[in-house]
Ligand binder design. Sequence first.
Ligand SMILES: [Ca+2]
Ligand SMILES: [Ca+2]
Length: 370
Amino acid sequence: MKIRLLLLLVWPLSLNAQILFPGDANNDGRADHLDVLATGLSFGQEGPFREPPFLGVDWSPKLFEPWLGALPATGINFGFSDADGNGMVNEKDMAAIKMNYDSTQTGAQPPPKPYAPPDTFLTTALPRLVFRFEQDTATVRDTLRLHIFYEHPPGLPPHLSPLGVAFTLQFDEMLVKDSLTQIIFEPGANDLLFAAGATGFADARVVPPGRVEFGAAGKAMPGLAFSRPLGVVQFIVEDVIVRADTFWTKFKIEIAKPLMINMQEEVMTFGIAVDDVVLFQELSNTAAPDPPFSVRMYPSPVGDVLHVEFPDAVPGQIRIFNSASKMVLQREISDEKLLHLPANYWLPGWYWVCISARNGQTVSRAVLKL
Ligand SMILES: [Ca+2]
Ligand SMILES: [Ca+2]
């Protein structure tokens, strides 16, 4: 009732006004990974800022004056991408996608409709998305990392290259601790906008389990004009992954609803290559064996200091290697239960932390430095 009253008050002044929900940049009724594409196309555009009381990025109808421009094929007004209402489309508008992720609406004006850019761009030079696990096999409680790469085809000139891409990964949520699934956008890819959702991922609210949604787009320029990594999805393997009569299973990733568009907002065809990974579990009457000792590392990704915590002291040695296998740190551990290791001099990338106890037991973990 309050909203209707406000509309009545303002409507006579803005006969052409439209209504948006912050974060639903493509006005398809949901704030999600797809909205990164509309925001990418609208990036840098300017128009009338929203008047009070329609400022802010909370998920409520926001009356706005239509901007002069619109997305080239679907005609969605650029103003829909100005989530925060300050009269320009920039990185700050991405915060509303994060905050309102998975929220839905039917109250926009014009009314929301499914995002369906035309399927008109034909090329024989097919781009490809490649999904590759770091390892071929894994066992219970391991961390699995799925790298997402964009492969640029020869013969596709930069100006005809994709603006961006969005897709959904589907997998058997029984095989992973899905509330711990993490999405790491490619560090240093500052020319791209990213949005993602997963069931326990901080950016999302209630995305169903067994699903990761991911979108990346250039800022008013083709974001995929050369081969490049786009990010990593990190899964933690469940404690129990197989039936009693077997000891391995495959963790398969299906790619659903892939959408790649160019600067004209035309759909581009592209290839997809996906790895799967074999999960092993030792046959035993009891639960899976515990690792030799327990260790916790945080934060993730690593900041200036890596904290390594042992519930029980593990006299031994800790060594840390970078992705080129060069040792960046080595020190002895005595009775400490908490180590604070300097990481401010680490370059961005993956590091392997190897802890060897004096009795010969070892635990290795990978950590990411941004
Ligand atoms: Ca949307
Ligand atoms: Ca804005």
